[in-house]
Write a protein that binds this ligand. Sequence first.
Ligand code: PEP
Ligand code: MG
Length: 592
Amino acid sequence: MPMQILRGLAVSPGIAIGPVVVLDPRGLRLPPHSIAIDAVPGELTRLDLGLESARIEAGRAETEARSRLGPQYADILAAHCRMITDPSLRRDARKLIEQNLVCAEHAVLDVLEGYAVRLERLADSHLAARATDVRDIESRILSHLIGGSPGSFQDELVAPTVVLAHDLTPSEAAGLDPNRIRGFATEAGGHASHTAIVAAALEIPAVVGLGKFLDRALHCRMAIIDGGEGLVILNPDLETQERYFKTSNERSARFQVLMQQADLPAQTLDGERVELWGNIEFGGEVEVCLDRGAVGVGLFRTEFLFLSAETPPSEEEQYQAYAAVVRSLLGRPITIRTLDLGADKVMTYRKAGYLESNPALGLRSLRLSLRDPDLFRPQLRALLRASTLGEVRILFPLVSTLAELIDARAILNDVAAELRAEGHLIREKVPVGIMVEVPAAALIADHLAKEVDFFSIGTNDLIQYTLAVDRTNETVADLYCAADPAVLRLIAMVVEAARNERIEVSVCGTMGGEPLYTMLLLGLGLRQLSMPPHQLPEIRRVIRGIKLETARAVAAQALRLTKAQDVVELLETALSQVLPEPRDRSLSLDRV
Ligand code: PEP
Ligand code: MG
């Protein structure tokens, strides 16, 4: 197969090079295409067992259909049985295993896809429709061959691999083992999807939103994921591989230099200090934040403790998890966000019977917590108990109205009183803040600012809700833009409201860690930015290379512009003037 270059959305930086495992759109984990010569006898046996199991299963389905649904349905399944036992299928698949050294799954796929494509090309529409039957038996045989639980494909990997999939949920992404998965690329997904955020947290290079490409990737042996540029290169030729190895070496040299500067203050050339904080989803990321010079954790997304759990973690389990994270910060501040479940972050145990037609506008986040005290109160109890162990700050997500904030604070006060009555020690005054990530909240930021200790601007959702663009949907990804004048105005309003009430304000959405926006955000008045830890070195470098005076002028000009594209061009020009040397959109360690 010749080299192919695909362009998608760059969501987790770094370069990954490795053999490929394809998770096909049916959710089946296809193993690497090629096998070693000594694996041939084993693959032939697996092929026979897979065909036999599929035949037995189709036979049972036929018998059942005959009694429940009648002969016309049963006859379809009888025809499937005949296709599975057709000697030419077995013969052709064996030939591919023996002569082309492909594994049993790919042998079956190659043969049956060949049949399906030939049928589809027939002029007779009745015969062409038979391709669906061929794909049906293809799935049946493959699922027998692959077996195991959907998550188990990682255990079978013999070498670190690049995963190509239709989509991965945030909890599937969270389950990826960075020692085995070098990078991934998906057909679906948007810029600020939580799958993308998890990839960045695990520092796994990733490209999402590629659109349909898996059909072309089935025969691919090797791939390069360029997570900084949003490129996926299937079957790279030698020259391309060498170019990427060279780029990766240069990047890692630049990264090491930046790492040595982790202790330098994030200060502009004219002496303005900026606080850089880290965003975390898993406790293990604290160490990376500290290594890269974060002053603390500006956003701990606690819902990741819940996502793959069979049942919600108990108060005690949560306390232990929060306590460990707070302790690991050695006295530095940590902003712990209460549960932001719902939309694309659905708990495993809630998946069944939890279908909303419009989940991003549904029962998510703080709304869900307020509706479900059994979920909310144990979390608040655990957080308040952990508050004595360090500088804990509590953050409520997705506040849309003042009433919601007042309700959430009332529950927090009630829980605090309950804990004190039980004899627990809790901190006298735990700072409480809100995420400003809904336009409604930004518009009443002056009211909200009177009721909280700090604001944290969640640009990922703020952009989604302001522009009415689903942050996870690749088909509208080109419309999702942090530079939109409407978004800039809302951010400016929030900063002003915070300034008037003398409360802290930070940006913790992805925009806060994007070098392109650093000048703009500083110019708009932000002095606290929280970001995935891998962005810290590069943002520090940008801040140390600019003047606040220039940033203010750039922000003022940006606010006057009427089109997102003009804002992007202004910011690109401004940044390249102050930092002309090679600029990586984001710098992290590669996996080559
Ligand atoms: C945001 O919306 O910007 C944010 C930081 O929260 P999350 O990405 O978890 O929705
Ligand atoms: Mg959000």
